[in-house]
Structures are given as C-alpha cells and as structure tokens.
Design a protein around this ligand. Structure first.
Ligand code: ZN
Length: 382
C-alpha cells in the first residue's frame, strides 16, 4: 500500500505548477508564502525520514546508487554533505521526541533539528529549550545558542588545547586572481585581531571620501587588514583590543569554578592563567567583575566617557559577552552605535541604563520612531 501523503504531495506539486502569483493580492501571497514555508519544513523532515528508511532497506541500490547520501543529494538538489547531515538528523529523531514532533508538524526544519541534535549531544537535557528557540527565533538563533552551550560545557583548559591544535592558515588564488584565505585562530589571538580590524574599518568608513556613499563594511575591513599588516594603520584605538571578564575570586584563585566567569568578550571561555598573563599588557585589558553591576555613571551630555564605554561594551549581564544590535532578530555585532533609549533631545541621560547598541539601519529607524512620537522636543516643565 502506498502512503497517502504521496498522492497529496503530487497534487500539491500540480497546484503549485499552475499557481500565478500576479492573480492574487499581496496579503494573500504573504499568507501563502508562510503556509508554504511550513509545508517545506514538514516536507524536508518527511523526506529525510523516508529516505533514512529507504536507505536502511537498501532501496537506493536498486536505483543504481552505491551510496545513500548521493541518491538523496541528487533527489533533493543539495550537496552530499547536507544530505548526509539530514539523514543523520532523521535517525537521531528517534531519541528526540519533542524535536520529532515539531519536525513532523512543520514547526522546525530539518536543518534546525540538526542543530538541536548537536546541542543535545554537547549538553544533554537541552533539547526542549532548543526546539522552542527554533520555533520562536529560527536557525541562526539556535546555532548561536548551541555554540554558546558547547563552549560553556567545555573545560577552559581542554578547550584551549583543542583550539591550539585546530589553528591553521591557508591561501589560494581564485578565478579573478584574488588572493583568498581561510584560517582559524584561538580566541586569545583572533578576537584582538578582528576587533582591531573592525575598529580600523569603522575609522576608514567614516573617512570615506566626499563622494558620500561609503562602500560595504567588508571592503573597508579588507583595507584595514592590509594597512594593519603593512604597519600603516592608525594603531590601537582608545577602546581595548581584547576584553576579558573574570570573576575576582577566580582571578585570585588562579582557576574558575563552575558558574564563574572567565571569558573573552565575543570569544568564549579562556583559562584564568590567560587573564592573569595579559593583565599587565598594554594592548590587552582584563576586567575583573565581582558579580555586581557597578556602573552608575550618568550625565546629560552626548559624550560617552571611557569608563562607561568599557562597562557598556561588556554587553548585558549575566553573560557579559559583548554587544549586539538591540533590535529583536538582528544580532549584528559590528558597526554598532549607541542609541539613547530616551533621546538626548528629550533630556534623556547618557547612562548605563539609557544606552542601547543598535546597528546603523536600526538606529536610524529608532530615531525616526522617536521623532514621530514627538520625543525630539524637550518635555515642558509641569
Ligand atoms: Zn540591527
């Protein structure tokens, strides 16, 4: 007996073939795009589950494929590696009931389920939370959360050893003659470097000619890398290249206990010995943190002083993992600006509580919202 879903899927294909978007309203098409997204998730999950069973029965061999992943990749129009991951994920669904249910309903895609499986492997017991996160915020958010949990679950010393072993740098030429490269650096070396590149790139973009339209940030970052390596960069900016958050007790003891911080902002956990080693270095800066927010600096000018800036750039407690655009779902980490939640024009203070990081487009949007809300006039005295 054939599965009923086969007939329904074939009918869906025929319907989509004869569908003409121009005949429907924007609102109808928006709903359709949403429904099809859900169907696509349900289909990719169903496809992976069906393919896993077909392969376990050897059905791919009757179709002339020695390797099951090759057969699935050809059918699905994906790479072989993607097909392999989909199959592994389908097989792991047997042990992940909440994920299996969400995939079957089309609430979570097979790619999101793969991330949940990775998260469950490094940090058992996190499946249900990760599934909810996938439903609410999508693939990027789950990936980031799994990355964070994997780093937290690792011992800082082991992690440092593995990072050291995994470092590499290689380069090649592409069809345009460009010199391309790829590499991996431990955060103790890499975060300071990328922070300097981004600071220098921001400086170059601000100074980008009278022609007005500055190029993409990535292009300025490339120029920044070249000028830094040729010694022509402006050198360290007033902000620290690398910031380490470490609990005072851990710093004094020489190692961190579970739950204590010792990490590079934007770069994950590091051994306390690293925090100790850099605390005397001019380019690097260790910030000891005793679990209490100490920053209460506030004034009514626009200028953000160095102390307040350091506190702000640690990012929000309890993670202290650097700043990201405040706009939900944006997550941009570079080119951020400090937005006054209550605008300066409205007598809002320059204080820890009244400043939020936003990327340029979202800062602009927020400013427009404030303008329309009439917040650009100082409040009248009562
Ligand atoms: Zn943003």
């Amino acid at each position: 007996m054939e599965p009923r879903v086969r007939a329904v899927a074939e009918e869906l294909c025929r319907e989509i073939e004869s569908f003409t978007p121009a005949l429907y309203s924007g609102a109808d098409c928006a709903v359709l795009a949403e429904v099809l997204s859900r169907a696509e998730k349900a289909c990719s999950g169903g496809r992976a589950r069906a393919a896993a069973r077909a392969i376990s029965c050897g059905a791919h061999k009757q179709r002339g494929f020695a390797d099951g992943a090759d057969w699935l990749a050809k059918q699905a129009g994906t790479s072989r590696a993607e097909a392999r991951t989909d199959l592994e994920t389908a097989n792991s669904l047997a042990d992940m009931p909440a994920t299996a249910d969400a995939v079957a309903k089309g609430e979570v895609s097979i790619k999101e389920a793969a991330e949940v499986a990775r998260g469950e492997a490094v940090c058992p017991g996190s499946e249900e939370e990760l599934v909810e996160l996938a439903k609410a915020s999508g693939l990027g958010a789950v990936k980031e959360e799994v990355r964070k949990r994997a780093l937290q679950a690792a011992r800082a010393e082991d992690l440092a050893t593995r990072q050291h072993q995994a470092r590499y740098f290689r380069h090649w030429r592409d069809e345009l003659g460009l010199v391309r490269f790829s590499g991996a650096l431990p955060p103790t070396a890499g975060i300071g470097i990328v922070n300097r590149i981004e600071a220098e790139a921001s400086r170059l973009r601000r100074g980008a000619g009278p022609a007005g339209r500055p190029g993409p940030f990535e292009a300025h970052a490339a120029d920044a890398l070249v000028s830094m390596l040729s010694g022509a960069g402006k050198g360290p900016s007033p902000r620290a290249d690398l910031v380490v958050v470490v609990d005072l007790a851990a710093y004094r003891r020489g190692h961190a206990h579970p739950g204590e911080h010792c990490h590079i902002v934007g770069g994950g956990p590091v051994p306390v010995r690293f925090a100790r080693a850099i605390s005397g270095d001019a380019f690097l800066k260790a910030v000891t943190h005793d679990g209490v927010r100490t920053e209460t600096v506030a004034h009514f000018g626009r200028h953000i002083g160095a102390e307040l800036r350091t506190a702000l750039e640690l990012g929000p407690p309890p993670d202290f993992d650097g700043t990201r655009c405040t706009e939900p779902g944006c997550n941009r980490r570079y080119g951020l600006e400090w937005d006054h939640v209550d605008p300066v024009a409205h007598n809002g203070p320059t204080s820890y509580d009244n400043l939020q990081p936003r990327c340029k487009p979202h800062h602009w949007e927020k400013t427009e919202r404030d303008r329309q809300a009439g917040l650009f006039e100082a409040p009248q005295p009562p």
